[in-house]
Design a protein. Structure first.
Length: 191
């Protein structure tokens, strides 16, 4: 069982957006305009939008994302399989777990989708980076227009790390000479 990618994210103070008490508002609701447009400029009112109110959470959660390579979902005993995985089972039992992520049959696209929360073609990684083509969806690099989970969590005070098999940097950029903007630190990871 090879661990392909795991991200350990931690923080000392996590800001969270104030939400409605009924849970009907997601963390990033649009800020509506309070301005009104009249028939003329004199009859219009411009009121500057107020930024959302962020409040600190006393005990922000640690976040651990694990992506395993070439492992069937049902192989670990955590999910009914025969491979004994007590630590994974403990993490699963004691945390909030999500297990409906869609994977592709190859690694780079799956990683790009997990990192960005987008379909792998939208993340321009329809194939592994070594087989990248100059076609939409197959460029082999995550575009700057697709924020990664590390970039989003950084805005909330988290420090992030990426471990293990990365496979989202073009082969000609993996030398000590760089460039390094498509390495994990270029995609928002601190370590």
């Amino acid at each position: 069982m090879a661990i392909a990618l795991s991200l350990l994210l931690e923080t000392t103070a996590l800001p969270a957006m104030a939400q409605s008490t009924d849970g009907s508002v997601l963390p990033f609701p649009p800020v509506p305009s309070a301005s009104t447009a009249g028939p003329t400029l004199q009859e219009s009112t411009m009121i500057r939008r107020e930024e959302p109110n962020y409040i600190p959470i006393e005990n922000p959660p640690n976040i651990l994302i694990i992506l395993l390579d070439d492992v069937g979902f049902g192989q670990a005993d955590t999910f009914g399989g025969e491979i004994h995985t007590p630590t994974l089972s403990r993490l699963w039992d004691e945390g909030i777990a999500y297990n409906t992520f869609h994977t592709t049959s190859i690694c780079s696209p799956t990683r790009a989708a997990l990192l960005t929360g987008r379909n792998h073609h939208r993340a321009q990684t329809g194939s592994i980076t070594e087989r990248a083509l100059d076609w939409d969806g197959y460029l082999g690099v995550i575009p700057k227009t697709s924020a990664t989970v590390a970039e989003v969590l950084r805005e909330y005070g988290y420090k992030t790390s990426a471990f293990g098999k990365w496979h989202n940097t073009p082969a000609n950029e993996t030398t000590a000479m760089g460039p390094f903007d498509r390495w994990p630190t270029g995609y928002g990871f601190d370590y």
